[in-house]
Design a protein around this ligand. Structure first.
Ligand SMILES: CC(C)(COP(=O)(O)OP(=O)(O)OC[C@H]1O[C@@H](n2cnc3c(N)ncnc32)[C@H](O)[C@@H]1OP(=O)(O)O)[C@@H](O)C(=O)NCCC(=O)NCCSC(=O)C[C@H](O)C(=O)O
Ligand code: MG
Length: 284
């Protein structure tokens, strides 16, 4: 089990951010070349991304490059550069259909896992097919692009995201049905710690694996929200101990602290402890 609580975005051409990301307490780093990199800086950002990945130093953080859309002026060159960079995954922006993933797979010069941004209305109309067919083409994760999505929908993007809730749930369902990682969108207000904590709690409650992050100050609250709590760890240990007790041997359901606990809870408990161990090992 690999924790995926936080994925830190940074424009690949911001050297001080690249240096910070090498030591940041995040599970993934997304060097990006798309929006937030000005058109005149695209070529520089691309070669900076290749240099950063080649130089390494990101430890066990998953290293992802978000390229420009394949039908943009920079997409094909970004794709070609991946054969030099060899990150752990490539993130495709603004996909609209399952065909976009297949096209990317055909264009990519190396066999990298594909992550896809869900940030267009069209993608949500074709979500089941994107997840199912995408899986055949190496799709490994969905990443919500809540800014672009709200812009295209012309809806309000407040902290609680009421207009987006049905879509956030759909994204989680499609990801779970096809074994994909699913990461929540960014929280833009870097100064609003309370808002961030509340939105992280919402994302965790909805079932997201983690959140995409735009500033190092957002990492600690998001890591906490998407990691197992001390109470969950304690409960998971108790469930595992109970099922291991001699008097419960061979049982599929038991009563623990007044509650029914089944084998599905045992599997969930084992998963919780595996993630906890992985987080502790990284911190160590
Ligand atoms: C948002 C920022 C532009 C703010 O920058 P700034 O005000 O300069 O930050 P600080 O002065 O507080 O920075 C302090 C130090 O921390 C480093 N830093 C800042 N941000 C990052 C980061 N994301 N990763 C790593 N390190 C970071 C600075 O370099 C400073 O270091 P030092 O000089 O050594 O002290 C800025 O935070 C930023 O650019 N954030 C990322 C923005 C981004 O990548 N946006 C695109 C992704 S979001 C998105 O795509 C949305 C999605 O598509 C959708 O549709 O929703
Ligand atoms: Mg976007």
């Amino acid at each position: 089990m690999r924790p995926m609580r936080t994925a830190l975005y940074l424009p690949a051409n911001r050297a001080s951010a690249v240096a910070k990301a090498r030591m940041a307490d995040c599970d993934a780093v997304i060097l990006h070349l798309e929006d937030a990199v000005a058109p005149e800086a695209k070529d520089q950002a691309r070669s900076d991304a290749v240099a950063a990945v080649t130089e390494g130093g990101f430890g066990d953080r998953l290293l992802v490059i978000r390229i420009n859309a394949l039908d943009s002026a920079w997409g094909p060159d970004d794709c070609a550069a991946l054969s030099d960079a060899r990150p752990d995954a490539v993130l495709l922006p603004k996909i609209s259909s399952a065909a976009d993933i297949a096209d990317a797979r055909a264009l990519l010069p190396v066999d990298l896992p594909i992550w896809a941004m869900l940030e267009t209305c069209a993608a949500f109309l074709d979500l089941g097919a994107i997840a199912r067919d995408g899986r055949q083409n190496g799709l490994a994760a969905f990443v919500l692009g809540t800014n672009d999505l709200a812009l295209e929908m012309r809806c309000t993007l407040d902290t609680q995201r009421s207009a987006l809730l049905p879509l956030l749930t759909q994204a989680v369902v499609a990801a779970r049905a096809h074994g994909l990682i699913v990461l929540d969108g960014v929280f833009n207000d870097i100064a609003d710690a309370e808002g961030l904590a509340s939105q992280c709690a919402q994302g965790a409650e909805l079932g997201f694996d983690g959140k995409t992050i735009i500033h190092p100050a957002q990492l600690a609250p998001a890591n906490t929200a998407f990691g197992p709590t001390p109470a969950q760890i304690e409960q998971a240990s108790a469930i595992i101990a109970a099922f291991s007790a001699a008097e419960n041997a061979g049982k599929g359901v038991i009563r623990l602290d007044g509650k029914m606990v089944e084998l599905l809870h045992l599997r969930q408990a084992e998963q919780t402890l595996a993630i906890h161990r992985a987080i502790t090992a990284r911190a160590g």
